[in-house]
Write a protein that binds this ligand. Structure first.
Ligand code: T4K
Length: 389
């Protein structure tokens, strides 16, 4: 492994890369291979591949237990889970969301002819700013979708108070927050419902997958029917449903990975501590911190550059990538600057100064099960030296 002392040691300046293979943000965490193969053989023998099979039902029970919620409805991915939850809650008109999120949060509304209205975020948490949410409410508003960005809980109680005051439905996009907690309670039981992504890149994955969790019996029933075209028994459709079903093979990986989740989170926590130690001497950036009363999953290692060096971000990311560290600029430039929203709402940015500022300064670094132990120190050396390259 080369030592990076200054800019001339960087691969972007012609030196060899620090790592021979790409190191990805979102490299999948995988549990026991033999257990997965055993489940696969079972699926094969049983010839029950999808449509609410026994492994999906078992995964749903285990997830509901783990999250401390009454109902967990497994889905084929997080985006369809969002769409179904939005439909099952009867949202329409306008729904308030952050712009600083993955595009799926906005698209899930747009696909149902609902207008996403972008509220600004709190600079210290990157999550929705309740005051901005209040300002976005109009007579057409029917709901709020809070996002637990980076696995840090959205401001749950203030958002619930706003929702109650204005008669709005509150749900959460919990795609990043599997295994995280708020006030001693696991994310999953807040708002009317919460939506998880179990995509390959998430701390807990089922290849592709997702789930909606809720304590509301009626809502759970609607979610279950809607994910299967709206069928209630044979030959009887009671909702305009879709196909949101999770296949058995996905549930099998879920069962395997759930067993290894404590190991995945522990591993991420140790890597996060390595990053914290390696980055602490650098004055031109800060590593995103977690509150001591909130249990994180450490799935995203988020670095915020100082404003004084924000203009160097692309150069810094390019320097990391040249070392085979495939850092990302999530969630730049914000949903409001992507289509169709930038054409629909060309002036949205005027009301989103914090989103624009944060989105221009964040770099997400790799972590996960397969992260080479040297990566945090190399990232710190690159971040230090690439200022001068
Ligand atoms: N809400 C929020 C807040 C979300 O963040 C997401 C998804 C959703 C909703 C929607 O949930 P899903 O419908 O996806 O279940 C990735 C993921 O595809 C996406 O799931 C995730 N958020 C988003 C934050 O990240 P991309 O476009 O950055 O993915 P990609 O292909 O660039 O992969 C990221 C890195 O991971 C790459 O360096 C390659 C590596 N990778 C990826 C896959 C799939 C692997 O090493 N192995 C793999 O199998 O969106």
């Amino acid at each position: 492994m080369k030592t990076i002392r200054n800019a001339s040691d960087l691969a972007i300046n012609g030196a060899p890369p620090a790592f021979p293979e790409p190191i990805h943000v979102g490299r999948p965490n995988l549990g026991d291979r033999e257990r997965l193969l055993a489940y696969t053989a079972e699926i094969y023998d049983r010839r029950w591949l999808t449509n609410n099979g026994p492994l999906v039902q078992e995964l749903e029970r285990r997830l509901a237990d783990f999250l401390g919620v009454k109902h967990c409805v497994a889905m084929c991915n997080g985006t369809v889970a969002l769409e179904i939850a939005i439909r099952a809650l009867g949202l329409e008109g306008e729904v308030i969301i952050p712009s600083y999120t993955f595009i799926a949060t906005a698209h899930a509304l747009h696909w149902q002819a609902i207008t996403p209205v972008f509220a600004d975020i709190d600079p210290s948490t990157h999550n929705l700013d309740p005051d901005s949410v209040r300002r976005m409410i109009t007579p057409r508003t029917t709901g709020i979708i809070g996002v637990h960005l980076w696995g840090r809980p959205a401001p749950i109680e203030p958002l619930q108070a706003i929702a109650d005051e204005h008669g709005l439905a509150l749900m959460f996009d919990a795609a990043h927050a599997f295994g995280c907690s708020h006030g001693g309670r696991k994310i999953g039981g807040f708002g009317r419902c919460e939506v998880f992504s179990f995509h390959a890149t998430k701390v807990f994955n089922t290849f592709e997958g997702g789930a909606v969790t809720t304590d509301d019996d009626e809502l759970a029933e609607a979610l279950r029917l809607m994910r299967n075209f709206g069928f209630k028994g044979y030959d009887n459709v009671v909702y305009p449903g879709t196909n949101g079903k999770m296949p058995e093979i996905n549930a099998a990986l879920g069962l395997v990975n759930l067993e290894s989740l404590p190991r995945f989170v522990n591993h991420n926590r140790r890597r996060y501590q390595d990053y914290a130690e390696a980055l602490s001497p650098l004055g031109h950036l800060r590593l995103l911190q977690y509150r001591s009363d909130q249990q994180p999953n450490y799935q995203y290692v988020v670095v915020e550059l100082d404003r004084s060096v924000a203009g160097l971000r692309d150069k810094i990311v390019a320097a990391l990538q040249a070392e085979n560290i495939l850092a990302r600029k999530y969630f730049w430039p914000g949903c409001h600057r992507m289509e169709p929203y930038r054409s629909l709402f060309p002036h949205a940015g005027l009301l989103l100064p914090v989103t624009e500022d944060i989105a221009s300064r964040v770099i997400v670094l790799p972590t996960g099960n397969t992260l080479p132990p040297a990566c945090p120190a190399v990232c710190a050396a690159v971040l230090k030296s690439s200022r001068d390259c």
